[in-house]
Design a protein around this ligand. Structure first.
Ligand SMILES: [Zn+2]
Length: 124
């Protein structure tokens, strides 16, 4: 089963290695969807929603929300943000019966990046 929780955070960024609209400083309300896959434990849960929220709050939102993303990542594209979030959360959500399956980072209501475990194996 796949279990997801939806979050949002407000951040500013600019893309120095890009020539276009996102080159100048501006902000987005990002939408983040974290999905964990596994089998339910004896309590009937793949991962407790409360635990998932706590991990994302501590590892991701407390750092990214109301921040300048360039202080954290040199080129904060949605792709690089998704990879960073993956690295911050994958070990924390892992258990005997569950593992991180997917991170979605929505930069606008119509544009998002999705990264899955198989993508991680292919990208250094
Ligand atoms: Zn942007």
């Amino acid at each position: 089963m796949r279990v997801s929780k939806v979050f949002s955070f407000d951040s500013a960024h600019f893309l120095p290695a890009y020539h276009g609209k996102c080159e100048a400083l501006h902000g987005h309300t990002y939408r983040l969807v974290v999905t964990v896959a596994g089998v339910p434990d004896p309590e009937g849960m793949v991962i407790d929603f409360i635990l998932l929220k706590k991990i994302v709050q501590e590892e991701v939102l407390s750092v990214l929300d109301h921040s300048l993303l360039n202080d954290i990542l040199p080129q904060p594209t949605a792709e690089n943000i998704a990879k960073w979030i993956w690295n911050r959360t994958s070990e924390k959500v892992r258990s005997d019966q569950a593992a991180l399956f997917e991170i979605e980072v929505w930069e606008t209501p119509t544009s998002y990046v999705r990264i899955r475990s198989e993508d991680i194996l292919e990208t250094p």
